[in-house]
Design a binder for this molecule. Structure first.
Ligand code: TRP
Length: 406
């Protein structure tokens, strides 16, 4: 059975905060240890350019986010961990997808609509200050996802529409070119993962200016936690844990027993100062060993650069042949290949591009075999006895090249 592919991107515009750790980094690393999944985590630095034109910031954020994932325990040997801009096949696919994407679909994207609505509200031209990058953002994101045929994309609610658009765009391409080139992705929203409240009680987010940076030195972490707002209940007064951001943060780091004990302490009227001190101690106990790794990684950017280069190499081994196949599908082809699928004028355009030949790899007598079939499923070549599916696929391609060039 093929493994489920989980993929997510992190835009490289900021410094990771506690909410990113609890809501994304920690659950993703846990999921990556499941033997039934293949994980793809990448630094979405092309997406960063849509929001940020400060080069130093994009670079620094890339370094910090990469170091954070590695310090938190991501094993780059076990997953695909790469930087988007190291995969030239992603912008290449973006163009192929752009050409099948309805402009109207992009007009309806929430981020673009919010920008144009805001302009209209103040009597400006709808597109004032809107770049084509913002407009195209969902297509680039679709390319990120479709290029690795990801099945599940863990994202926050604000990104669900983008995943739906990636499905639409992938489906459209499959339909036009008459073949299931792309798996259709689904958004995965982790209901069980806490959204961490920030220092003001609202969801922790860099846009609310209420975030606690993940790798603050110990003293500053303590100061930040002691600064979280609470109500004015006095020590000795019983407190409701379910309405407390202090409790919510504690719970995101504590085990079941620790959480139960804290619940009781709240009922017994623990003072806010003492509760915050306990939160600090618990959070710090988890982060301290990682912080040491993080500081060591940041001090050696060359190590991270090498890890990302190795990750890109591994990812491109999948992306390169796939995009080669897609180029061929749309007609960007070696001129020696017989143009079998070029439709005569008046041909049903929905069927144009149906691949003339297709390789099929299958298990056969304990080994792997391939067939090459045409659009009517007639078998044109067949051979067995391959040790692995890759070898069978390579032989199938060779046979196909022989057939089309014959
Ligand atoms: N747009 C996402 C965000 O802002 C980041 C991102 C880029 C992404 N490409 C992706 C997420 C592909 C999931 C899959 O959070």
């Amino acid at each position: 059975m093929s493994k489920t592919r989980i993929l997510t991107g992190i835009t490289t515009t900021g410094t990771p905060h506690l909410g990113n750790y609890v809501g994304a980094i920690r659950p993703a690393i846990a999921a990556s240890r499941d033997a039934n999944v293949e994980s793809f985590y990448f630094l979405a630095d092309y997406h960063a350019l849509v929001k940020c034109d400060d080069p130093a910031r994009v670079q620094r954020s890339t370094l910090e986010i990469a170091a954070s994932w590695l310090a938190a325990g991501l094993d780059p040997e076990k997953v695909y961990f790469y930087r988007q801009s190291d995969i030239p096949e992603i912008p290449e696919l973006t163009w192929l997808l752009t050409c099948v994407t309805a402009k109207g679909l992009l007009n309806r994207a929430h981020a673009y609509k919010a920008a144009t609505d805001a302009n209209r509200a103040v009597g400006e031209d709808a597109d004032a200050g809107v770049t084509a990058g913002l407009y195209m953002y969902p297509v680039l994101m679709a390319a990120d996802i479709l290029i690795f045929n990801a099945n599940k994309v863990p994202v926050g609610r604000d990104q669900v529409q983008h995943i739906e658009m990636a499905r639409d765009i992938g489906q459209r391409f499959n339909h036009i070119y008459g073949c299931e080139y792309f798996a259709l992705p689904a958004a995965a929203i982790e209901e069980s993962v806490a959204t961490l409240p920030g220092t003001d009680g609202r969801k922790m987010s860099k846009s609310y200016d209420n975030a606690i940076p993940l790798w603050l030195p110990e003293k500053e972490l303590r100061k930040a936690i002691l600064g979280i707002v609470t109500n004015s209940q006095a020590p000795g007064e019983p407190k409701n844990p379910d309405e407390s951001n202090i409790f919510a943060i504690y719970q995101a780091f504590a085990n079941v027993n620790e959480t139960a004990a804290m619940r009781k302490a709240f009922a017994d009227g623990i003072g806010w100062g003492d509760a915050k001190q306990k939160v600090f101690e618990r959070v710090n106990a988890e982060l301290a060993p990682m912080r040491e790794k993080y500081d060591a990684l940041i001090a050696k950017p060359g190590h991270i650069e090498e890890a990302l280069q190795a990750g890109a190499k591994k990812a491109r081994e999948l992306a390169r042949p796939f995009v080669a196949r897609l180029r061929e599908a749309v007609g960007l082809r070696d001129l020696r290949i017989k143009p079998q699928s070029i439709a005569p004028i008046g041909f049903d355009t929905a069927k144009v591009g149906k691949p003339a030949l297709q390789p099929v790899v299958f298990r056969d007598a304990g080994a792997f075999a391939f067939k090459v079939v045409d659009a009517k499923k007639t078998v044109l070549a067949e051979k067995g006895g391959f040790a692995d599916p890759k070898a069978a696929m390579a032989a199938a391609r060779e046979a196909m090249a022989g057939l089309v060039n014959a």
